[in-house]
Design a protein around this ligand. Sequence first.
Ligand code: FES
Length: 575
Amino acid sequence: MPNRKTAEELRSHRWLGVGDLRSFGHRSRLRQMGYDAEDWRGKPVIAIVNTWSDINQCHAHLRERAQDVKRGVFQAGGFPIELPAMSLSEPIVKPSAMLYRNFLAMETEELLRSHPVDGAVLMGGCDKTTPGLLMGAISMGIPAIFVPAGPMLRGNWRGEVLGSGSDTWKYWDEKRAGRITEEQWAEIENGIARSFGTCMVMGTASTMMAIAEALGFSLPGASSILAADSGHPRMCAASGRRIVDMVWEDLTPARFLTSASFDNAIRVHMAMGGSTNAIIHLIAMARRAGIALDMARFDAIARDIPVLANVRPSGKYLMEDFFYAGGLRGLMFELAEKLDLAAGTVTGRTLGEGLKGAQVYLRPVIHTLAEPVSKAGATAVLTGNLAPRGCVIKPSAADPRLLKHRGPVIAFEDYNHMARDIDRDDLDVTPDHILVLKNAGPKGGPGMPEWGMLPIPKKLVKAGVKDMVRISDGRMSGTSYGACILHVAPESFVGGPLALVRTGDEIEIDVAARTIHLHVSDEEMTLRRLAWTPPAPRYRRGFGAMYAEHVGQADEGCDFDFLQGTAAVPEPEIH
Ligand code: FES
């Protein structure tokens, strides 16, 4: 048992426990809200950083779940205070929720810094909320536990199971090809999202919630519990109880996050067939924790870890099935020989201890290492003259015939150019063409929107084409699929080689060899570079302007330069 803190050592003591004029003001204002000394005296103050809002569908239950967290905090002798934070509904927030991940990270850090809190419960799950909350909490450095929102129920349409995103794209193409009616499309709109909770495929939300647990930030098994399951409020209360003890134990993120934790998280990411977005977020989180992590590490681990979770878009089932199959504990049990089971967690015990009793109940959903869903890794990192600092592809979600391919390019200068031309009847395109989208990167998007799964041109959809090679400096939704090469770094907006690609060039990719090559001579590239002019900044004021000035490239985690690293967050003066 580590040395336990005393009440006088609590951070909140500076606000509430001393006898000066300022603390009189703090206490009198708590009394104004009906609290009494019994509520706070000698007790850890626990911030519940809640990303609930009226317009975040995935977090619709978090308002009441915060009450369950409070119940747990009270049970353990703490004093909970709820602090609302930016909600970041992935499909609603424009131009891209990713533009605001760093905003949420800053907000989390500053909420915790500026308030009299000793520990934090972080409530989120919709794509960017998990990394935003964790990045801020890692930087702040006080004890913190993550409460995942949990996946929603399966979608349903006329008895057919629907998956978030994945089936949207699939049936959109069916509609474009005239194979389903407007009425059927409207029925799908009614049936694809049937409850609160996050997307229930292995999208970014499911991936990042699992990664949070694998890093040690959640109670064992928490990330797989369905949002609508009664186990979810029980997990919330248990997290509330646990954070109080974490404060007394001074169990900060720095005490359990190591490079082994991040390797574990990457292994889990690969075995889940997780979203490519996780690469960016994990690099950003690791850098906040002072741990060196680059894209090459993902590629090295991907070669060793097959996909075990048979969940869309790489597989067949949904997160509801994954939960019934044993959830993340079941998957990590199968993966145990590849994990560092001595890694620490918020429980104060090791990752391995948290797996005791874990089992897989539905073998079609969670496979063994000996008989995986796919031997092709969930992620491959390619480099070459088109992407000197790397780019990524999800081989398990691509048509295998396209993993080694050379073809002519159709280049789009930006999203609007692509949207205008992609469905033109006179577009000179074949299934062997490679579609290239520029200016979708961190600065060019801005915010690196999820435009990377470029639509298949309508004339090819009608001919039954389901996949083709697409290349961009943007991201792709974790619910998406196809031979999409993403995160090209450096991005075109800052003059990366992608900016110089023209229609008619040829590109060659070889995923097995991890290469991507633009077949244009160095001399020609030099001439094109001389003729290239940088695009005008997208934003000239506000957060957008700050973002564009400070955001890093995809291979750096897209964090702000002034937020990376482990410099101590200064404690506020109280006077
Ligand atoms: Fe929230 Fe997908 S929209 S997780």
